[in-house]
Structure formats: C-alpha cells, structure tokens
Design a protein around this ligand. Structure first.
Ligand SMILES: [Zn+2]
Ligand SMILES: [Zn+2]
Length: 452
C-alpha cells in the first residue's frame, strides 16, 4: 500500500507550477485517505431493505386496495371483477419475475479481483505528464497526432510513450483509477486554443502520411493512448496488486471488482463481470412491472374517482411507478447500449471525452454551417483510426451480436430471464487485434492485414 512518504517522495520537483502541483497532490492524498475504507456492510445493504419495502408497499396498495375491491364488484366495466382478475394475475406474475431477478442480482457477486490475484510490489513511479507543467500550456502538443513511430514502437519502448501520455497515477489514484483514457484530459478549449497557436506558427503537429494533405495543420484525431493493458497502469495502490484488465477499484466496497461498471446502491453491491447480465434482466422486469402498475392504476384511479372518493395511496403508487419507469428505462437503454458496444461506463466516458474534444476542435476550425466539411473530416479520421465505438474500441468483438451474446448469453431465454451466465470469467479478455499489446489504438495502416 502507498503511504504518505511514498507519495511525497515521488512528487516531482522544480517545475514552474510546483506549488500548484504540490497542493493538488496533497488534496488527492487527503481524498484518497478519506475514501480508503469500504462502507460498513449495513450501509451497503440497507438499500435492499428499502427497495423491498417500496415493492411491498406497492403490492399492498395494488392488490389490497385496488384489485380486491374490484373483485368484490360484480361489474363488467373498469373497476369491476372482469378487469380485477386479469389485473391481479398479471401483476402477480410480474411481481414474481421482478423479485426473482432481484434476488439473483443481489446474491450474484460481480467477481472480486482480490480472490484471484496475488499481491505484488508497487511499480516504479510514473513520469508526470507534460500537461502538469505550465510550459506545456501552448504545447498542448498533447493534442497532436503522435506519429506512427510512437504507436508502433510502444511495445518495446513503453516508457517513451508513457512520458507523453501517462496519467498521474503515481499515487493511490482517485477518479484516475478509471484507466480508460484519462490521459487525454486536456480541456477541449485549451486544446483548441493550443491548436490554433500551432497553426499560427506553422511548426506544430506532424501530419500522418498522406491522409490529411490539404487540411489545416493539426486537424488529426488523437485517440487516448493510455496503455490500459500495461501491468504498471493496472496496479491498484489500495489493494496492492495488478488488477486484471477492465477491473477497477470500488470505493464503496473497498475492493477491485472485475469489469467494474458501477456501484449500484439499489442492489447493495457493484455491477461487474459476473452480474452485468442479471442487472439488465432485473431492469427489464422492473421496468415492465412499473409500466403495468402505472398503466392500469391510472385509469383505475380515474374510474374510482368518478364513483367514489379517490384513494390517496393510489396517487403515491402512481407517482412512484412513474419515477421508477423513468429511472429503470434510462438505465436499461444505457446498459443495452454498453453491452452492444462491449463497453463499461468508464470506457464509454473516455470515448465521449474524445468526441467532445473533437467537436471543440471542429467548431474552432469550421464555421457552424460547414456541416459537410466537418462530417467529411470525421469520416477521414474514422478511415484512419477506425470508428471510435466499433473498430476503434479495444473490446469490440466484431459485431453487436457477438458483443451482446458474450454478456447476455447465447439463448434468447437467457436474454430475458435471470438464468445462465456470461461467457467471461471476468479475468481474461480478448482485446481488439487492431490495438497494440498494451491496449493503445493503432492507425489502420498498422492493423493486421485481414482487418484493414
Ligand atoms: Zn483495488
Ligand atoms: Zn461496489
């Protein structure tokens, strides 16, 4: 484990912005200490009780105060027995399905890296990236195309590349633990500013051969060059071991989780390699359950309001189900997309940062109405590096279907029921062959010939 001494020893000295850097380091140390310990078990799990409480209350209102009175009325209209029976039966089926999926997600561990990985010594201190140095403000050369020599030579010469792209992870990392391309953290505006400076003096970026001829200087894509598969980069200073690829440290659980997506308080644990599928199954059934409740209770309440006084508890359940429809559908859409892309949240955020940065650069270079020119340039970048979410994605398996099945299973039953399991053990992953052995993207010219 890292301690104060270690961290301060590694602090680089003598730079122009040393004071700021020191303050930043101290603040990160303080933050990392505060969040070092996992949350107590009861705090992690109490939300499961709250969730079950909400479900129980909804069931009481729907069955006891909505369906049962309907069953007592021998009427064919809404509010009578003819509607009451199917409402009750369908509600009970959906309730059972949702509780089944909930039980499976609550009791299925995402997989903890510590159960499989032996402790190992800390890697040597990482060089401080140039953007920490005020002198590199202009030279946000960080933003430029780094030339194929860097990318290709990276395997035997990791340090050279780390020099210009490393994350400042020579300390127990915080957000930067997300090793998914943080190295490209140069603010877009600063990057665009730097870009125009470079254009002005004309001795800025190297251009990739051929492709960008005739374009303004520097208008090249620079995908994140973080060596995400390099063991040094995967070291967890809190747990003291090298994490398997895609594992990240969860502060709430206080441990490294395999294919860590996020910590979900509603299930009292993380969503990761071994329960991502069940999380989606739970969201599916929870969304359907909430939709059914909402869609039947609203007309029921209207009818009830006409015949007699409206039960206020209907309103509570209608509001709750509307809230959870929004919540579960949004999460479901997000996770279906992530699974189709074979990404986890941090990996997707890294891509989004790259896209945002490119947008800023394009907005700087072109007028707002030059849509065609912007699109053409983006297409050219995609030809050069591969489309960011498919060929340019480290975990792209070749098609949306393959990505989906690798997580959700190969039978359609598994897609909708909380049964089966994902293909992966969460420890071994098949990287996209378009990337180098340390997980850095390569331009198309360096891809295996069959893939170009
Ligand atoms: Zn860890
Ligand atoms: Zn967690």
């Amino acid at each position: 484990m890292a301690n104060d001494g270690d961290v301060s020893e590694k602090r680089p000295e003598g730079k122009c912005c040393g004071i700021i850097q020191e303050a930043t380091t101290k603040s990160m140390e303080r933050r990392s200490k505060r969040k070092e310990s996992a949350q107590p078990w009861i705090v992690l799990k109490i939300t499961i009780g709250i969730t079950l409480g909400i479900i129980s209350y909804a069931s009481y209102v729907y069955i006891g105060r909505f369906c049962v009175p309907m069953l007592k009325r021998n009427s064919g209209i809404l509010g009578g027995r003819r509607f009451g029976i199917p409402f009750l039966v369908i509600f009970c089926i959906l309730l059972v399905m949702m509780l089944w999926a909930y039980a499976v997600i609550v009791f299925t561990s995402p997989g903890k890296a510590g159960d499989y990985v032996e402790p190992s010594p800390e890697p040597p201190p990482r060089p401080v990236p140039q953007w920490w140095d005020s002198t590199s403000d202009i030279g946000a050369g960080q933003y430029e195309y780094t030339g194929s020599n860097t990318v290709g030579g990276a395997q035997s010469n990791g340090n050279t590349t780390l020099e210009s792209h490393a994350v400042p992870s020579d300390k127990p990392s915080e957000q930067r633990d997300d090793n998914a391309g943080d190295a490209d953290a140069l603010p877009p505006v600063q990057a665009a500013h730097a870009r125009s400076e470079m254009n002005g003096d004309g001795n800025g970026a190297q251009q990739p051969s051929g492709d960008t001829s005739g374009l303004p200087m520097g208008l090249t894509r620079r995908p994140p060059m973080t060596p995400v598969l390099h063991p040094d980069h995967r070291y967890c200073f809190k747990d003291g071991f090298i994490k398997p690829p895609r594992a990240h440290h969860c502060r709430a659980c206080g441990t490294c989780v395999l294919k860590y997506d996020h910590h979900c308080p509603w299930i009292g644990q993380c969503v990761g390699a071994r329960n991502h599928k069940f999380f989606v199954n739970f969201l599916q059934w929870a969304a359907i359950f909430c939709m059914w409740t909402f869609a039947t209770l609203v007309p029921g309440a209207v009818q009830e309001g006409r015949d007699s006084d409206l039960d206020a508890q209907y309103i509570v359940i209608i509001a709750l189900s509307a809230l959870f429809i929004f919540f579960t559908v949004a999460l479901l859409v997000t996770h279906v997309r992530l699974i189709l892309l074979n990404m986890i949240t941090v990996e997707s955020l890294s891509k989004e940062r790259m896209t945002e940065r490119e947008k800023a650069v394009l907005a700087r270079q072109f007028s707002w109405y030059q849509f065609g020119a912007k699109r053409k340039l983006k297409k050219q970048w995609d030809r050069e590096w591969g489309e960011p979410y498919t060929d340019g994605n480290l975990w792209w398996l070749g098609s949306y279907r393959e990505n989906w099945e690798s997580v959700m299973g190969h039978s359609k039953w598994e897609w909708f029921l909380p049964i089966g399991r994902s293909d992966t053990d969460g420890l071994n992953w098949l990287p996209n062959p378009r990337f180098d052995s340390e997980g850095r993207p390569r331009p198309r010219s360096q891809w295996p010939a069959a893939l170009r």
